[in-house]
Design a protein around this ligand. Sequence first.
Ligand SMILES: Nc1ncnc2c1ncn2[C@@H]1O[C@H](COP(=O)(O)OP(=O)(O)OP(=O)(O)O)[C@@H](O)[C@H]1O
Ligand SMILES: [Mg+2]
Length: 269
Amino acid sequence: MTSVPTVAPVPPVLDLTRLTRRYGSLTAVDDVSLRLPVGARHAVIGPNGAGKTTLLNLIAGTDRPDHGTIVLSGTDVTRKATARRSRLGIARSFQQPTVIPELTVLDNVVLAGWPHHPKRRGAWRSPSRLRSHTESAFRHLTTVGLADIAHRTASTLSHGQRRMLDLAAALAGEPRLLLLDEPAAGLTDGDIGRLLGILGGLPASVAIILVEHHVEVVAQLASTVTVLAAGRVLVTGPTQEALAHPEVRDVYHTGTKADMSPAPADQRG
Ligand SMILES: Nc1ncnc2c1ncn2[C@@H]1O[C@H](COP(=O)(O)OP(=O)(O)OP(=O)(O)O)[C@@H](O)[C@H]1O
Ligand SMILES: [Mg+2]
């Protein structure tokens, strides 16, 4: 009898189980479970204070859960340091872009990619390795449309350009999971269009968790959505179903504004 070779199943890129984070009497993230396949395009939405950034902090490792587990591509990273998670493939951009203003655009990306480069050791003394770092950085700047201004000092960039640089720095880690905290915040319509083009063009091997208030960005980029409210999962599912869910509509404006900002107190049910 011939044996048929079995192919090991690919583990989810991210598997969160019953994740909880309390700050004193406030439970910012409350019993959140979420499983995302490789290459997922997932959005996390919810009103201000819903726990979205805290959830990203827990996944990235800048904050620790009181309860629950975080498994990245089959590896339990719940107790692993941020730098280790980053080397395992988690990258993020922040609600406020975190570029180093004194450095050039290019150097920001070279620096961000440094810990991830396979030939980083001794690279300062090796012109070819240094060149390979620089070429990688240029590739990411080209992806986000900043290659033409690679040698400008980052402090001279517009808000939109800083956001793109923040994204290039996150991509420099060659992530398998990219965490984006409100990447469209403060962008012009033109910049949002460019951002959608860039994110939509990332390879399928890069999973994205997008925290975003702009519903059109969520609708265009995400195939699945989790809605958080007061730290808890209200709904998880395909984007259109989740956005149309009656409980989700209750916590947001119901008007025509293409924006998921929380409803003012007098408009909430
Ligand atoms: N380090 C902290 N210490 C105490 N409370 C915190 C801390 N970080 C967050 N919180 C609280 O946890 C809750 C969730 O905050 P979080 O920043 O995760 O919300 P969010 O959904 O990202 O909101 P926004 O849409 O305004 O960015 C809020 O009530 C916030 O005040
Ligand atoms: Mg936030």
